[in-house]
Design a protein around this ligand. Structure first.
Ligand code: FDA
Length: 402
């Protein structure tokens, strides 16, 4: 516990996650006296749990098109001024081994702990003070325009306050609505938030039809509201997950149509006709089981594919029947009832409206000295390292301005 007079800094950063630490490093390197206030007992908890413990720390193919936001142009400036290659340069300088998994996604070879270690080492080199287990009791906007944080570890004051408190996903990891509440208090609009990159749930007959398939995975192309993602789908106890579903979940809202192409990369009718020509005596479920898991192929025939429940050889299907089957295989309707919510979501969609922020500095247009960065802002990336790249880039942009 510190004495009565506040600890004075140039910059206070609320939240020691990806965005907050990057902002602190950038500002500290410019000679600014920075203090990071983190309420959890350690910084970077989401970094630690990310990418299955190996942190998918960036994506080499990052473009603004990989982000959802009410203003799709907002992210452009920050992303252009801090590219994946700049973060990779830091990773290489710290001799952290990494590899590309797929689609430009870079992961640590060993552990995400190395990324947190790197960020803390950079903080130390830049003279950044990091306060953990430090809960904010009050945010005061001082008469001189500065900010004072009254915390369980004393008071901290500075002319600049950067809000990097993240979104609502995984509350057990320290996620709070702090940033949204603070934004509203200072006159910022906050766009409705919802869970993104999240498994979808099924209910009623839609869930019953999947009974016993939990654990089955297959490649699909999942489409919703004009976006399509080709990758694996995984059947869970409650519904569906896997990368293609997580991606499309960010574009889905209850009631929206969601379709899966179960033969991605193939024309379903051409493929069925070729099978019929080449193997007229084979059953549909047998040929399908060669391109998808057997249990799933069997269930498709029993429940979804018209006229396929009773076993019969392919030669007995006429063209209209094959067409009807092809159309289900190419556009399998998935009727989701909801999502698993913030408990398992990787990100929070929506957040602090970018209309109230400068896209080059992340500064508030309403309150001088106030900044919002990272996930708390209404910019949400796809699965695959894009969210960390936004955290680094927006943190860097603010770090250059504070
Ligand atoms: P972040 O959540 O990282 O940090 C916010 C910090 O603020 C936290 O440390 C929190 O404790 C603190 N805080 C909150 N309220 C506070 C308060 N009132 N006072 C003080 N501190 C407060 N992305 C990606 O690109 N690649 C990946 O591999 C993954 N993997 C992944 C896995 C899982 C399980 C999840 C949940 C998420 C991912 N993500 C991801 C998403 C990524 O983790 C996320 O987008 C970034 O961490 C966002 O960075 P921020 O710094 O904005 O928030």
């Amino acid at each position: 516990m510190r004495g009565a007079s506040p600890d004075t800094h140039d910059v206070l950063v609320v939240g020691g996650g990806a965005a907050g630490l990057m902002c602190a490093i950038t500002a500290g390197q410019r000679g600014r006296r920075v203090c990071v206030v983190e309420h959890a007992n350690r910084v970077g908890k989401k970094i630690l749990m990310s990418g299955g413990g190996r942190c998918n720390f960036t994506n080499t193919g990052t473009t603004p098109a990989n982000y959802l936001s009410a203003n799709p142009h907002f992210c452009k400036s920050a992303l252009a001024r801090y590219t994946p290659w700049q973060f990779i340069e830091m990773v290489e300088r710290h001799r952290i081994a990494y590899h590309e998994k797929e689609l430009g996604q870079l992961f640590c070879d060993v552990s995400s702990k190395l990324i947190v270690r790197m960020l803390l080492d950079e903080c130390q080199a830049a003279g950044v003070q990091v306060e953990t287990a430090c809960s904010i009791e009050q945010v005061v906007h001082d008469d001189d325009g500065g900010f004072t944080l009254r915390t369980t570890r004393g008071a901290f004051t500075a002319p600049s306050l950067v809000v990097a408190s993240g979104g609502l996903s995984i509350p057990s990891m320290g996620a709070t609505g702090f940033g949204y509440e603070l934004a509203q208090r200072f006159g910022h609009a906050v766009l409705p938030t919802r869970a993104g990159l999240v498994p979808l749930t099924l209910s009623g007959k839609h869930l019953d039809r999947m009974e016993g398939l939990s654990g089955v995975a297959l490649p699909v192309t999942a489409s919703c509201n004009g976006q399509a993602f080709s990758n694996a789908m995984l059947v869970t106890h409650r519904g569906v997950s896997g990368p293609s579903i997580l991606q499309v979940s960010s574009y889905w809202q209850p009631g929206d149509a969601l379709h899966l192409d179960l033969l991605p990369g193939r024309d379903a009718l051409d493929w069925l006709q070729a099978q019929q020509r080449e193997r007229p005596a084979a059953e549909l479920k047998t040929v399908l089981a060669e391109v998808m898991p057997k249990r799933f192929a069997q269930r498709l025939c029993e429940v979804w594919l018209p006229g396929a429940a009773t076993p019969r050889p392919l030669r007995q299907y006429n063209l209209p029947q094959l067409r009807a089957i092809a159309s289900v295989l190419a556009q399998w309707p998935l009727v989701a009832s909801g999502t698993e919510g913030y408990r398992t979501a990787e990100v929070t969609l929506g957040g602090v409206d970018t209309d109230g922020l400068s896209s080059s500095t992340m500064a508030s247009r309403h309150v001088p000295g106030l900044y919002f960065i990272g996930e708390v802002v209404d910019v949400t990336g796809w699965l695959g390292g894009y969210n960390f790249q936004w955290a680094w880039a927006s943190g860097h942009a603010a770090g250059l301005a504070v």
